[in-house]
Design a protein around this ligand. Structure first.
Ligand code: SUD
Ligand code: ADP
Length: 284
């Protein structure tokens, strides 16, 4: 195999609790991750000389800081692999919106290059490696919808309904570090059980602080909440609502005062579905 194309899907945090602050300054979380069928697409072509190239570059993100290139370099360093890759990125996921696009791109790079370079780490070790790039990378590497604890690395598969979502993308950039560092963030939410989540429990602890930081997020949440159960994903700025069907999601989006998209919730990452098809084309 000399080249490989894989999607890098978005995620939603169906709820997000901050349950404590750790000695290293990071925060313990409880969350549920589900994937969306909206993805970036990334093509990896083998190079024999060890170079990593990325095109096109993302405006404002130099290639060396792009999580795709950082993931590729990390895998090279970790395995001693002397191969390289030319990488083409089709970016569709809004950035900095709590949809996890950068982490998902990094995870897809780890999965694709582990295959293309035949470094054979597999998803457990890739997930450990990916954690050093970002707290959201492991769930994308593992590829199953998950109940998550710790900083998001302790994952347990969870079987969720796969509804159509309407997702609004208000014009706001909310820095993850600023949201975690906000003096008014609730940092001691009592952990809940999976049963309580399925009974409708859980919220996003970042909503109050992000609504105060961003009038656009506040307005989008207020508008969506008039139509059903609306929530913010991650540290924002995107907000979402599950709908009974695709038609209803389209209808709500058409009336929305902010830009957005509709997308299906998925319990299995499209990156894994695509990789399985490539590696095991004859399996039913
Ligand atoms: C909040 C979540 C929920 O899924 O999503 P996003 O809103 O970013 O999508 C994630 O936990 C975000 O993970 P990620 O975006 O990978 O964060 P990182 O780059 O690892 O961390 C950025 C900064 O946020 C703070 N941080 C992050 C995670 C965490 N559990 N505790 C923290 O205090 C730290 O100050 C860190 O330096
Ligand atoms: N491949 C990438 N795609 C998106 N963002 C990236 C990428 N590589 C690095 N970044 C940086 O990561 C930041 C967070 O991006 P993203 O993962 O889309 O948002 P979030 O963490 O809110 O879900 C971006 O603003 C950008 O500076």
């Amino acid at each position: 195999m000399t080249s490989l194309s894989l999607p890098a899907p978005a995620k939603l945090n169906l709820f997000l609790h901050v349950t404590g602050r750790r000695a290293d300054g990071y925060h313990d979380l409880q969350t549920v991750f589900q994937f969306l069928d909206l993805s970036d697409d990334i093509t990896f072509s083998l190079r024999a000389d060890g170079d990593i190239t990325l095109s096109p570059e993302i405006d404002g993100v130099p290639a060396a800081q792009n999580l795709i290139v950082r993931a590729a370099r990390l895998l090279q360093r970790h395995t001693g692999c002397e191969l390289g890759a030319d990488i083409r990125l089709v970016k569709r996921l809004p950035m900095g919106g709590g949809l996890g696009g950068g982490s998902s791109d990094a995870a897809t790079a780890l999965l694709a290059l582990d295959t293309l370079w035949q470094t054979g780490l597999g998803s457990d070790r890739l997930a450990d490696l990916g954690l050093s790039l970002g707290a959201d990378v492991p769930v994308f590497v593992r590829g199953f919808a998950a109940w998550a604890e710790g900083v998001g690395e302790r994952l347990q598969a969870i079987d969720l309904p796969e509804p159509w979502y309407v997702v609004l993308t208000p014009e706001a950039h909310v820095s993850t570090a600023a949201a975690f560092g906000h003096p008014e963030l609730t940092r001691n939410t009592t952990p809940i059980t999976m049963r309580a989540f399925f009974a409708g429990g859980g919220r996003n602890d970042f909503e109050p602080v992000v609504r105060r930081l961003s009038p656009a997020v506040d307005a989008a949440l207020e508008w969506l909440a008039q139509r059903g159960s609306a929530r913010m994903t991650g540290t924002g700025a995107c907000v979402f609502m599950a709908c009974p069907d695709r038609h209803e999601a389209e209808r709500i989006l058409a009336q929305a005062p902010a830009a957005g998209f509709i997308s299906r919730g998925l319990n299995r990452s499209p990156a894994h579905v695509a990789l399985d098809r490539i590696l095991r084309p004859h399996r039913i």
